[in-house]
Structure formats: structure tokens, C-alpha cells
Design a protein around this ligand. Structure first.
Ligand code: ADP
Ligand code: MG
Length: 644
């Protein structure tokens, strides 16, 4: 329509073209979601107007009954969705309906493979928004006018969804946005008012403004000569949704489906929420919160710059999206709404940062989120495991960021351990403590750069022999986590690659006496090795933690763990120059051989080889790879010549 409109052609951003193509081809099986998306936008527009009008009442221009109207025109084959919300000016139309603003989405699209099949399963990971109109329409027109401008400031936008859109100026009597969908021939079912009402109830019941659907009823004529009169058509605007904000309703009246739909509305997540927690709190703080844990991690979750946070309402008025001051970083995957009665309607992002009520709310909401996770862990182990696999590494940032919640977070952690024979992180610290023997006072762990390397570490040998469980840590963040955790349930957490090993009561007295004897016999050797390796190791001592390996390197008690050190070094940080201790295993044939070796040059080679091997087994690179290979080959050749 609007033949009077002068338009010019504009190109969509490349990413939009890609998205449109994918959308039309891959979301076809779930096409009805377009209505949910357009109603969601209309409702956001109403929220934004209400918020802006707090400062300037005139914006309503005499029309403050905010509503969404949906109307079908069977003859024209169009479905129109109209709101009297904030509207858009021309600049906003170009930015919002011609590009993809959310940086994560653009980034995501850059990573698409170009293989439609593969990519369609990926598209389900993020909200589809306005462009979903093209799933059912082969032409979409938008008429919009920003609140506070004159009728002449209307903007017209139209597109068939293939690369270009038309843009022009137009007269619009009404503020807000009207979207006209020219339905494809096989999508005419959406012209049916009954069908549309059903979809509104299904997907948009939680929308806080009324959604009114135009219906036409045929009314039979009444009176004496009714039979001779034509029936009349009566037009009604039927409200199809409940139109109260979901979090203001009582829990018992809200179905799981309603919670899930609301989650989709606020999260832009295509998948469901894994669990939620809905609370009304009165007292020193007065608020309602509705928090959700997504089932799947978004593709950009590890980007700490990515926007996150809760939707903030004050006294049921929408204030802002992504208010990140209400959730700590380590809970940035939590989505939801906070509706406060304590904050001022005029609150701004800047004020949020220093407001005392806000930090009290943040503490309260973190607690809620953690207890929601605890509940999930207790009620549904399988779901919790999937949560952990998706978000565990983010939660691990917790003890460092929020020391006060450290105990609550510790309960939620899951680890791979020597008790399992796989790399799955599914052992809680309570599971571990339950399996501890009465003699064990500490929780043992080892950190390496991969599960395989943790599992293969020589430090584990004595623990295997004695059947003591050890946590196997291999995520980059683990050393950082452990350095902030210190203990669980009164039991210190102990890095078994650090300091002298004291198994306490786990070793018996005769064992200890015997060890002292052997140690004596190797005293001279430890001194000799210490002299040879004086540039590389702090000192040399005998150990009984090894059963299969000749030697290992141990970080001193107060030094940084080896794993953490490697990470910081890789990040280019300069670190204090500390040397590890070399521990040798007097029971090992190679060490015994070394102890009795009289050939000085061979003795020096053996020391070097044992030291380099200890570096390798601890996850470090060789110091002198070529020298190592040369020495090993020399020793091998000597071996083969003696065997001949
Ligand atoms: P999202 O809603 O996630 O931002 P959409 O693709 O659904 O993404 O919409 C893009 C943007 O277009 C919105 O953020 C909003 O600024 C604008 N927009 C869409 N529909 C409307 C509307 N009915 N009224 C005002 N602005 C709208
Ligand atoms: Mg949207």
C-alpha cells in the first residue's frame, strides 16, 4: 500500500542476508513463532514508552492506553500487528531492521559453515527476532512513528526479504509501529482469528500489555421478520492474553509452560530453561525476583564482555535490560527479572553502581541463584550434570569473586577424580569426603594441563598404592579456583605436587622408620645431584611418594602451582624466579643404579636424563631437547652393546 510514499532502496547488512536465508529455510517447521517475536517487540516498545514517559508525560500525546492490536484482512491476505509504543525514527529503523545489532549474533553468523543442514541446528541457539516475519510472509511492511514526533515524521520500510529493503517517509496519524505481513499463499491459516488467539495464549500470555485480536461474528437478525433480514457482522476486539506481568502472579497459578514462554521472551534463548526460582520478598528489602538457569550455554558465554544481567523493573515499570549490577560475573548465565519496590523510578545505570540497596539485592539474588542450583543438584542429578557441563567453568570463578559465598559454591562444584575411570566431572566434594577413611584429614588434588597428564602424574603413585582418592583438575581455571577455596567441610584442600608429602596417619610407624634408613643410604647421592643441577632445582631429597617413577619435581609450599605458573607465563606475565625441589625414588632401579655408578660421565648423563624426565612427567617441556635425545641414544647404544 501507500503508493504516495517515495522510497529508496537500501541493502541489508551481509549478516542479515545470511540470517534471512537460514531462517526461512530452517525454522519452517516451527513457523508460528513469528507471532511471538513480533508481539515481544511490540511489548518491549510499550515498556520503553512507559519508561521514557516517566520523565516526560507529553510523550503519550493523549493516548496512554497501551495495547497491541492484531488484525487480519482476508481479502488482501495480510496480518497486521500494531502497537502504540515508542516507535522508531528513520535512523533507528535502518539500524534495527537492516543490521544485526547484537554483536554476539553477528559473531555467531561469521562462524557459520555455509552448510544449511549444520547451520540450521545452530540457529536454534539464539533468538530470531523481527526477521522471523519472513518465515511466513513474502513481503513485510513497517509503518512507524517515534513517540513525541509529528504525524509527518512517519517512516515506511518494506522488504521481500532478499537482500534489499525500501525506505521512505510517510504521514502517520498514530504513534508506534504497525507491521503488515503479506502472508505466503500456503500460510493463510494465520488469517484465522481463532488460530491467532490460540497462538497468543500459547506464546504471549505473559505479555503485560493487552493483546487484542480482531474477530468478526455473524449475528442472526432478531425480531418478528428475522427470517427475511440479512444477518449482521459484528466486529469485536477480543483480549487474548492475561496481560499481567507473570512475576506478579502467584506461583501456584503459573504453569511450567508459562514460565518457559516467559523465559524465552526475556532470554532470546531458543531452548528451554533448566530450572527457575520465583520469589516475593517483603522486609528490609521489598522485591520480586524470577530467575532462570538456561539449559544450554550461549556460544559467547566465556566472553566476559558479553552483555548479561537481569531485566530491571521498579514498581512494575520496566527500567532497563541487562542490569548487570544485580548478578555477579560468575553467575552471568542466570537470566531473569528483578522488580524492586525500594529503588527510585529515576534510577540510572550510573546510580546502580553505587547504590546500597542494589548491592544488598545483588547479595540476596546471588544467594537465591546458588540455592536454586543446590536444589537442582539434589532433585535431579542428570539435569544438574548437564548444567555443570555447560556452566561449571563459569561457576568456578565464584570463590575468587565472592568469598562470602565460597561455602555455598563449594557444594556445587564437580570434579573428575581417580575414583572414576573417565574424565567426567561428576564428583562433589561431599562425595569425596564421604569416601575418605578415618585417617585421612585432607582433600587431595592435582592440577595439570590435561586430564591425561593429571592422570599420568608420578605424584599419584603413592595415592594409587594406598587407595586414596585424588581430584584430577585440568581446566585452566582450576588452580585459581583452588587457591581461593582452601578448605571444604573443615578439611584443607591439598595440592599433592606441592611441598613435602606428609600423609599423616595414612602411613604407619614401621614404614616411616624404614624410609629413614633408606634415606641415609642415599644422602651422598642427593648432595651430588643437587650440585649438578644447582641452576635448575632448589634442593634434592628422597621421597616415598613414587612407586613407578624414578623422580618428580615438587613446587615449594608457598610457591605458585605449576599449572598456574604456566598459564601466567603464557600470558606474558613476569614471575618471581622460584625453583622446584627434585625428589628421587630410592626404590627405583635407575636411582639405585645411579647410586652405585662409578663412571662419572655416565653418572652425569643419568642425572640429566632423570631430571628431564621429571620435567616431562610434570607437564613441562624439556630444557634441552637435543641434549636429551643424544644422552638417551648414547645410553641405549651402551645397553645394546653390552647385550651382544
Ligand atoms: P531484539 O528484540 O532481540 O532486539 P529484534 O530483531 O526482535 O531483536 O528487533 C530488533 C530491534 O528492532 C529491537 O531491538 C527494537 O529496537 C526494534 N523494534 C522491533 N520491533 C519494534 C516495535 N514494534 N517498536 C519499536 N521498535 C521495534
Ligand atoms: Mg525481539
Amino acid at each position: 500500500m501507500s503508493a504516495t510514499v517515495q522510497t529508496e532502496k537500501r541493502e541489508f547488512q551481509t549478516e542479515v542476508k545470511q540470517l534471512l536465508h537460514l531462517m526461512v529455510h530452517s525454522l519452517y517447521s516451527n513457523k508460528e513463532i513469528f507471532l511471538r517475536e513480533l508481539i515481544s517487540n511490540a511489548s518491549d516498545a510499550a515498556d520503553k514508552l512507559k519508561y521514557t514517559a516517566l520523565q516526560d508525560d507529553n510523550l503519550y500525546q493523549g493516548d496512554s492506553n497501551l495495547a497491541i492490536h492484531i488484525e487480519a484482512d482476508k481479502e488482501a491476505g495480510t496480518l497486521t500487528i500494531r502497537d502504540n509504543g515508542i516507535g522508531m525514527n528513520q535512523e533507528e529503523v535502518i539500524a534495527n531492521l537492516g543490521t544485526i545489532a547484537r554483536s554476539g549474533t553477528a559473531e555467531f553468523l561469521k562462524n557459520l559453515s555455509g552448510d544449511d543442514k549444520k547451520d540450521s541446528s545452530l540457529i536454534g541457539q539464539f533468538g530470531v527476532g523481527f526477521y522471523s516475519a519472513f518465515i511466513v510472509a513474502d513481503r513485510v511492511e513497517v509503518f512507524t512513528r517515534k513517540a513525541g514526533t509529528d504525524a509527518s515524521a512517519g517512516v515506511y520500510w518494506a522488504s521481500t526479504g532478499d537482500g534489499e529493503f525500501d525506505l521512505g517517509e510517510t504521514e502517520l496519524e498514530q504513534r508506534g509501529t504497525r507491521i503488515v505481513l503479506h502472508l505466503r499463499d500456503d500460510e493463510k491459516e494465520f488469517l484465522d482469528a481463532w488460530k491467532v488467539k490460540g497462538l497468543v495464549r500459547k506464546y504471549s500470555d505473559h505479555i503485560a500489555v493487552p493483546v487484542l485480536v480482531k474477530d468478526e461474528k455473524t449475528v442472526p437478525a432478531e425480531g418478528d421478520d428475522a427470517e427475511n433480514k440479512e444477518p449482521t457482522t459484528e466486529i469485536t476486539w477480543d483480549q487474548a492474553n492475561t496481560a499481567t506481568a507473570i512475576w506478579t502472579r502467584s506461583k501456584g497459578d503459573i504453569s511450567d509452560e508459562e514460565y518457559q514462554e516467559f523465559y524465552r521472551h526475556i532470554s532470546h534463548d531458543f531452548g528451554p530453561a533448566s530450572t527457575w526460582s520465583h520469589n516475593r520478598v517483603e522486609g528490609s528489602l521489598d522485591y520480586t525476583s524470577l530467575l532462570f538457569v538456561p539449559e544450554k550455554a550461549p556460544f559467547d558465554m566465556f566472553n566476559r564482555e558479553q552483555s548479561h544481567g537481569l531485566k530491571l523493573y521498579v514498581q512494575r515499570v520496566f527500567i532497563m535490560d541487562e542490569a548487570e549490577q544485580f548478578m555477579p560475573m560468575y553467575l552471568r548465565f542466570i537470566k531473569g527479572v528483578i522488580d524492586s519496590n525500594d529503588l527510585s523510578l529515576n534510577i540510572s545505570r550510573e546510580i546502580l553502581q553505587q547504590d546500597k540497596t542494589v548491592s544488598a539485592l545483588k547479595a540476596a539474588l546471588s544467594k537465591r541463584a546458588l540455592s536454586m542450583l543446590d536444589k537442582l543438584a539434589k532433585s535431579d542429578a542428570e539435569k544438574y550434570q548437564s548444567f555443570w557441563d555447560n556452566f561449571g567453568n563459569v561457576l568456578k570463578e565464584g570463590p575468587a569473586e565472592d568469598a562470602k559465598s565460597s561455602d555455598a559454591i563449594a557444594k556445587l562444584l564437580r570434579f573428575a577424580t581417580t575414583h572414576n575411570d573417565n574424565a567426567v566431572q561428576n564428583v562433589s566434594l561431599s562425595d569425596y569426603v564421604e569416601r575418605m577413611s578415618a585417617e585421612q584429614n585432607e582433600i587431595y588434588y592435582i592440577a595439570a594441563d590435561s586430564h591425561q597428564n593429571a592422570l599420568g602424574s608420578p605424584h599419584l603413585e603413592i595415592f594409587r598404592k594406598k587407595g586414596i582418592e585424588v581430584l584430577l583438575l585440568s581446566d585452566r581455571i582450576d588452580d585459581w579456583l583452588m587457591s581461593h577455596l582452601n578448605e571444604f567441610d573443615g578439611k584443607p584442600l591439598r595440592d599433592i605436587a606441592k611441598g613435602e608429602l606428609d600423609l599423616g596417619k595414612l602411613e604407619d610407624e614401621t614404614e616411616k622408620l624404614q624410609q629413614k634408613e633408606t634415606d641415609k643410604a642415599f644422602e651422598a647421592l642427593t648432595l651430588k645431584i643437587a650440585e649438578v643441577l644447582k641452576d635448575d632445582v632448589e634442593s634434592v631429597r628422597t621421597t616415598h611418594r613414587l612407586t613407578d617413577s624414578p623422580a618428580c619435581l615438587v613446587v615449594q609450599n608457598h610457591d605458585m602451582g605449576a599449572q598456574m605458573r604456566r598459564i601466567l607465563e603464557a600470558a606474558g606475565q613476569s614471575l618471581p624466579d622460584t625453583k622446584p625441589v627434585l625428589e628421587i625414588n630410592p626404590e627405583h632401579p635407575l636411582v639405585q643404579r645411579l647410586n652405585s655408578e662409578s663412571n662419572e660421565s655416565r653418572s652425569a648423563d643419568l642425572i640429566s636424563v632423570i631430571h628431564e624426565q621429571a620435567r616431562l612427567a610434570g607437564g613441562d617441556a624439556l630444557k634441552d631437547a637435543a641434549g636429551y635425545v643424544r644422552k638417551i641414544n648414547k645410553l641405549l647404544l651402551e645397553l645394546s652393546s653390552t647385550e651382544k
